[in-house]
Design a protein around this ligand. Structure first.
Ligand code: GAR
Length: 208
């Protein structure tokens, strides 16, 4: 059984999707062992508490640098014997110290079809504002491994939805969450926990 850490920063709807999938036994061979928030008082922490999952806060403000925060994070992950780290709306920069220990074992969900609308400044609602401003007809979500390149790690799963003529960023965000993110993230985590993801260069092969 693999121990999963979920990193959050806000509402935690993706965390909830993971908790619900775990309740339905859809995270095969995995268990959410800890939820780590980059900020105190966020709704995601309440979701963890309601599900009886251990949680803690690692506030970037309490550390002199991103590196120092990352070192503290890695210490926490090791302490809990974590096998896989899931970034579910985690909005804080982490440094290479995390990937040195968790190589191809950090998973992120991004609310667009990478390599579109990603990288610096592309997070949360901004991503959907950028997609609408560009006039794309489809958008979606991407689950990928995290490496040092921002939103640049090997892609695990992607799913697209139509962009509709009257979409606002909020409406598009909700459609992508419901139809893509909340499905893809638990699926990808379950595949990882079953050792069914093999990284070959930039390509992730999904084993039967
Ligand atoms: C989600 O849409 C997630 O894909 C996005 O932030 C939102 C968090 O919502 N992540 C990023 O933009 C990362 N670049 P949640 O807290 O309700 O899961």
């Amino acid at each position: 059984m693999k121990n999963i850490a979920v990193l959050v920063s806000g509402g935690g709807t993706n965390l909830q999707a993971l908790i619900d999938a775990q309740g339905r036994r859809e995270i095969v061979n995995g268990k959410i062992s800890i939820v780590i928030s980059s900020a105190p008082g966020v709704h995601a922490l309440e979701r963890a508490q309601n599900a009886g999952i251990l949680s803690c806060v690692l506030d970037r403000k309490n550390y002199p640098s991103s590196r120092a925060m990352t070192v503290a994070l890695v210490e926490k992950l090791k302490e809990q014997s974590i096998d896989v780290v899931v970034m579910a709306g985690f909005m804080t920069i982490v440094t290479k110290e995390l990937f040195e220990v968790y190589n191809n074992a950090v998973i992120n969900i991004h609310p667009a079809l990478i390599p579109s609308f990603c990288g610096k400044g592309a997070y949360g609602l901004h991503v959907h504002e950028q997609a609408l401003a560009y006039g794309v007809k489809v958008s979606g979500a991407t689950v990928h491994f995290v490496n040092e390149e921002c939103d640049g790690g090997p892609i695990i799963l992607q799913k697209a939805v139509d962009v509709l003529p009257d979409d606002t960023p909020e409406v598009l965000q909700r459609r992508i969450m419901e139809q893509c993110e909340w499905k893809l993230l638990p699926q990808a985590v379950s595949l990882f926990c079953q050792d069914r993801l093999r990284v070959e260069g930039r390509t992730v092969r999904i084993l039967p």
